[in-house]
Design a binder for this molecule. Structure first.
Ligand SMILES: *Cc1c(COP(=O)(O)O)cnc(C)c1O
Length: 367
């Protein structure tokens, strides 16, 4: 008899499917709630860029047409924004799409990928798809980056080293000096993948900057997304910057139309939406201060955040999630190595208040 398990590619059974944050529809049904406070997926509390929405509306009548396979106008807009050549830009169906494409481009079975731990799970997923070996380099006790540990984890088989700044889910940054140190100390055969999904949120002077020199280094790839700061997570759009030689190979592997028409128009418009970007940055900065102060008042340890979310030690992450969920508040837990923490995305003020009061009320049960 035909047995799927015997026919699929070897190694797929080792991959765990991604478990996304529960959706607000699911939780509304489960608990009969009308409104849900959704603070579990680092989405933008201010909603999508209004200029992006205008662009989407104006593109609706042409949805019967295929998109531009090369995303030329979008890539031009991104290139202009970053002061690079469009040849250095690749667009994708979310940066998840780009992480997977870059894995497919670089990795063979048995190659090694170094990832910080704890960090974003998509790096591991994309490595597993290619049957590469994942080598975890732990962050320090305070979740700051340990660049020596990242460099020490490299072997002859290492192809990619990831660094996420600010890191999801800890919120800690890799500084520009640390990035420079890493590049100096990584052997020539290694590519540094810098995931800057939240980098525009931090106002720290020592944050990583995408200088011309950094981006001209063929061993550096930076990843960006429209899902967070630009509020377009539902549209699926991200991009990456690297030396054009990298993209020459990635283009051979990507699907011919990997970014849809609406996303191409919306992405370009969002980049020009200075007001929405500034408001999103200010919202995150104000929320960081508020959450630091309020978690301290509650006597809870929180990791000083640099993105649009905060990691808080409530005592039992999963139990915190369950307790808050019953009240219609969604936060995230279940990160490996962080069992006593929850990650809370910054919401609008009222939602943040609702979340913090619920945590205060539940503290007794959680300890
Ligand atoms: C949310 C996130 C992304 C963005 O993923 P998309 O596929 O573009 O939505 C990338 N990296 C990190 C670390 C993230 O948290």
């Amino acid at each position: 008899m035909f047995n799927v398990a015997n026919r699929v590619r070897r190694g797929i059974d080792q991959i765990q499917p991604y478990i996304p944050g529960i959706t607000d529809d699911e939780i509304k049904q489960m608990y009969g709630l009308r409104r849900v406070v959704k603070l579990n997926s680092n989405e933008n509390a201010l909603g999508p860029s209004p200029l992006a929405l205008d662009a989407i509306r104006s593109e609706m009548d042409t949805l019967h047409l295929y998109p531009d396979g090369g995303s030329a106008r979008l890539r031009e807009a991104i290139a202009l924004f970053h002061g690079v050549s469009p040849k250095q830009v690749m667009a994708g169906n979310g940066s998840d799409n780009l992480i997977k494409l870059l894995s497919e481009t670089f990795l063979q079975p048995g190659d090694e990928v170094v990832v910080p731990f704890p960090s974003f799970s998509q790096y591991n997923f994309a490595a597993q798809v290619m049957q590469a070996k994942i080598v975890q380099a732990p962050l320090r006790g305070d979740f700051s980056y340990d660049v020596e540990a990242l460099a020490a984890a490299v072997t002859e088989r290492t192809k990619l080293v990831y660094a996420c700044s600010p890191n999801n889910p800890t919120g800690t940054i890799l500084s520009a000096d640390e990035a420079a140190w890493l590049l100096d100390h990584l052997p020539d055969h290694v590519v540094l993948m810098l995931d800057l999904a939240y980098n525009d949120y931090t106002d720290r002077a020592d944050r990583v900057r995408e200088t011309k020199q950094l981006l001209e280094n063929p061993r550096v790839i930076t990843l960006h997304t429209f899902s967070k700061l630009y509020g377009l997570a539902g549209l699926r759009i991200g991009y990456a910057l690297a030396h054009e030689d990298v993209w020459d190979y990635v283009h051979r592997l990507r699907e011919p139309f990997n970014v849809n028409r609406l996303a191409q128009r919306a992405g370009a418009a969002a980049l020009s939406d200075e007001a929405h970007r500034k408001a999103s940055m200010q919202h995150a900065a104000a929320s960081r201060e508020m959450f630091i102060a309020r978690t301290a008042e509650l006597g809870l340890h929180a990791v000083p955040p640099e993105g649009n979310f905060i990691l808080v030690q409530t005592g039992n992450g999963r139990k915190t999630v369950e307790t808050l969920m019953k009240r219609g508040i969604l936060v995230r837990a279940g990160f490996a190595g962080l069992e006593d923490y929850v990650r809370i995305t910054f919401g609008v003020e009222e939602d943040n208040e609702t979340c913090l009061s619920a945590i205060r009320d539940a503290l007794g049960e959680l300890a």
